[in-house]
Design a protein around this ligand. Sequence first.
Ligand code: PMP
Ligand code: GLN
Length: 380
Amino acid sequence: INSKLPKVTTTIFATMSALAHKHQAINLGQGFPDFECDPRLIEHVHQAMLAGHNQYPLMSGAAPLRQAIATKVKSLYKHDYNVDSEITVTAGATQAIMTTILACVHAGDEVIVIEPAYDSYVPTIQLAGGTPVLVAMRFENGEFKIDWDEIESKISDKTRLIIINSPHNPTGSTLLTSDLEALAQLTRDNQILILSDEVYEHMVFDKQAHLSLASHPELAARSFIISSFGKTYHVTGWKVAYVLAPQTLSAEFRKVHQFNVFTVNSAMQLGLASYMQNSDAHLQLASFYQEKRDYFRAALAESNFRLLAVNGTYFQCVDYSGISDKSELEFASWLTEEVGVAAIPVSAFYQQQTQNKLVRFCFAKKKETLDAALERLTKL
Ligand code: PMP
Ligand code: GLN
């Protein structure tokens, strides 16, 4: 077959999880919690099923869930999204990303992607016939920063979309007000749209607030903002997420969405809606993960890994050049097979070769899991 994605293989997350399984390694690779969600959330889903919510919900998403999302977004970011026309429930953020890109990227359009970048962005742009224009973040003194001047230099009359992601996977960096201003400046006098991947919106640490593009009216007016319940409620396997976008953009999104999945499982949606009406769990998430971050970092600080800053997400990147000069993929494989701890090479988030010696650990794990991994990692 004449492949549409000749360079793509199985994603690094599935690959490293399979390797971890094969070698019975502790899996700090693929990002998912190894603990259960709030049992009350499961109870709400159960009740929704018993109440007969087992047929197709509305194409845009179950109304109570869209209402709960609108209420949350308004309370956090002071932006009113119309419940009927500006919020769409999706089958995970991955589908939301693909549907957004298919809805607005025409063949030949350019899309600015900031690297390191989540692995679905580039192949999805290519499937839409678009051209990814890659801009690497600057990596200086152990910190990743976006170079807005370089982004400006890559904008052309073919630029259709810019993809941003904050809090950022894998670096754990977050956008500042100055970044939002720079983005507003770049998109002010043109037709460029923005896909803002905010799936880690509730994991921002050290009392900082998440700067959603929803809180910036000028940016919100041209943005598709994506978040995922998988991250917020510890249910990555449920694959329920949502997209916020102004009416004209949401209408285009839905034209594709209806043929992409049409709609998303009803009991999960209604269970999430009634849970959200009765819980402020999302507000506790930052302190919950900050504790894990601090615990993991304090122990690794004693090791030969060098820790990068983590302002958000449940990922910790480390520099291993004090331990090995292997490439990132070789090191992550060796760590999984020989040390028994799986990690993700940061090179998997780049299209081009990098010179870094970085791997990513996920700390969304029980204390026992972190302890067992730390015991192995601190010996290196
Ligand atoms: N974007 C980013 C930055 C992610 O880290 C992830 C999940 N790892 C996704 C999107 C996809 O989220 P979902 O599981 O809801 O499809
Ligand atoms: N987003 C998760 C991560 O970065 C993995 C999702 C997936 O397995 N596709 O680890």
